[in-house]
Design a protein around this ligand. Structure first.
Ligand code: AMP
Length: 567
């Protein structure tokens, strides 16, 4: 059996071709969306999906997310005693999706079509294939995500030359691709994007609006306090999604026995989102320019990614493109459905051919920088210099300056990656540069990055005042695993024990109990402790009927505790 898989940064989905249509397959928890999160449970067994996601906050050392951003690099993540490459983490996720299908259809799944972003480089594509192999899947084909979306919409049935734009706004990234279909061949004409723009940024804007509205209240807690930002973020996401259906919604935050509220209207959301919505234009214009195509020449505009469910985003897209985008497929499901279409075409030897452009610098390359928040300075931030997906060879300059009076050196640290904080990116090297001691901000440094066709990065720093230069050459990224290494990793992965599937519902509930316990105080907290203890006791008795009854009761109680925050 062959399946189509959307191996996403935040969520993954699997679909099969049945009864002449692609169908999504639910996981052990009954959902067709599996969060791309991998972790270890309390016994050291591998846990994948929603239960692992619940533990991100409570067990950060044992849980990891966003590993797709490291595909094709040598980055390793430590979970418990073991280090994992991004291919291995992806393999654990793929293995779980594979098993979901095998359970649903009672047939072994041996092959898969997996989707990748259009801008993925050769190394990133190889890493994705290896992830499939490590999961026991023969990767029949990789399909570009925008191509998969087009297949889900049936655009491959058009018999004339077609140009279209795929507008993909997910949780953390924005990708625009322009594709052309001509005589059965799909070509990615251009792709552009912003790795720091997605639903989460709208949540941040809304959260800041709420926090600003409480400025006068001296009792409002410090948002850097334990777990506070996370809760504000979740509430912001809830309010943002609710505003898709209704004119206003109350933003509520409780802490230390107090509650703060703010009525948020669609107009308010529009105001706080204005700058972000404006930023969506840049990549669209760049992609259109690179593909040398005008908006009027586009046959279709497809919306993909959960955040395109926001009416504000749809309105903006309709305005920019002068038409209503195609909408009849759920934007978060289109890529997986399209991967299943590709799988079906493949098994009938009628697969759509793709021309893939991989002559791009696949990662963002940048340096560490210090940011100013009010009167406070915070180091550890990332300043991108070459944005991922730039066509190579490419050379870009940014100017930085000294921060302190009399500063005698500048330590320039170079990173590769897509995260806002450098600690989450991959260090590539550093340059220690002596500078003349002057007042803060008076010494300027031009930092030039040049990335060539062989994947070699040259960082060159010039002090414009003296003309003095310093440079560092960084060779290729730690490459793709060799066949020998793949065999070895395969054996190691095979020896890892996976959290039992039939216990996932209970584990998810325990993880949720634990998270709520951490978030609550006082009475609610002692109730949660009681519930957790009682539930664990029933689990230990191993009586399925009692476990189910107790689980339902706990679920009802947890819903009440979570709801009580809104009342
Ligand atoms: P994806 O990366 O495509 O899975 O998209 C995840 C993002 O979609 C998250 O930021 C969600 O908040 C957002 N999202 C999902 N459903 C909705 C909705 N109904 N309204 C607004 N945003 C949504």
């Amino acid at each position: 059996m062959i399946v189509g898989i959307d191996l996403g940064t935040t969520n993954s989905l699997v679909a099969v071709w049945r009864d002449d249509a692609p169908q999504l397959v639910p996981n052990a928890l009954g959902s067709v969306i599996t969060p791309s999160v991998v972790g270890l449970d309390d016994q050291g067994l591998i846990l994948v999906g929603q239960a692992a996601r619940e533990r991100l906050q409570t067990h950060p050392q044992l849980t990891t997310a966003l590993f797709k951003r490291h595909m094709g690099s040598g980055h390793e993540t430590t979970l418990g005693q073991r280090r994992f490459r991004p291919e291995e983490l992806s393999a654990l996720l793929l293995r779980s999706l594979k098993e979901d299908v095998e359970r649903a259809y009672g047939e072994p799944v041996e092959e898969a079509v997996i989707s990748v972003p259009a801008y993925f480089s050769d190394a990133q594509r190889k890493a994705t294939r290896i992830a499939g192999e490590l999961a026991g899947l023969k990767v029949e084909k990789l399909v570009n995500e925008p191509t998969a979306a087009a297949l889900a919409y049936g655009l491959h049935h058009k018999d004339r030359e077609t140009s279209f734009l795929v507008f993909d706004l997910g949780g953390g990234t924005f990708d625009v691709s322009i594709l052309e279909l001509f005589e059965g061949v799909m070509e990615v004409r251009a792709s552009a994007g912003d790795n720091f723009l997605g639903g989460e940024d709208f949540d941040t804007a809304l959260l800041q609006h709420f926090v600003a509205s409480q400025r006068e209240d001296a009792q409002f807690p410090d948002i850097n306090g334990s777990g506070i930002l996370h809760r504000l973020r979740c509430e912001a996401e809830r309010v943002r999604q609710a505003l898709g259906q209704q004119a206003s919604e109350t933003f509520v935050f409780s802490h230390g026995g107090r509650r703060w509220e703010l009525e948020v209207t669609q107009d308010d959301l529009q105001k706080v989102s204005a700058a972000l919505l404006e930023r969506l234009r840049g990549p669209i214009e760049r992609a259109l320019r690179d593909a040398r195509i005008r908006v009027a020449d586009l046959d279709e505009v497809l919306l993909v990614g959960g955040t395109t469910r926001m009416p504000l985003v749809r309105k903006l897209a309709a305005g920019l493109f002068g038409r209503f985008p195609a909408l009849h497929i759920n934007p978060d499901e289109a890529v997986a459905l399209g991967a299943a279409v590709q799988a079906a075409l493949k098994s009938r030897a009628a697969a759509l051919e793709e021309v893939v452009l991989t002559d791009v610098c696949p990662y963002t390359l940048g340096i560490e920088t210090t940011m100013q928040f009010g009167r406070q300075y915070e180091s550890g931030h990332y300043l991108p210099i070459i944005e991922r997906n730039s066509v190579v060879p490419v050379s870009r300059v940014k100017t930085v300056q000294t921060l302190q009076d009399g500063q005698a050196r500048v330590l320039l640290q170079i990173f590769q990656g897509e995260s806002r904080l450098v600690k989450d990116n991959i260090p590539l090297g550093e340059l220690d540069i002596p500078v003349p001691p002057r007042k803060a901000g008076e010494v300027k440094l031009d930092v030039r990055f040049t990335y060539d066709n062989n994947g070699i990065l040259e960082a060159e720093v010039t002090l414009p005042d003296s003309g003095e230069r310093h440079s560092l050459v960084i060779e290729k990224n730690p490459g793709v695993l060799s066949p020998e290494e793949v065999r070895q990793r395969l054996a190691e992965l095979a020896s890892l024990k996976v959290h039992p599937r039939n216990q996932q519902v209970n584990t998810l509930l325990l993880a949720r109990l634990e998270r709520l316990y951490q978030e609550s105080l006082g009475e609610a907290r002692s109730q949660l402790a009681q519930l957790a203890g009682a539930f664990q006791q029933v689990l230990a008795e191993q009586d399925p009927a009692r476990i189910e009854a107790m689980r339902e009761a706990v679920q009802v109680r947890l819903d009440e505790i979570e709801q009580s925050v809104w009342q």
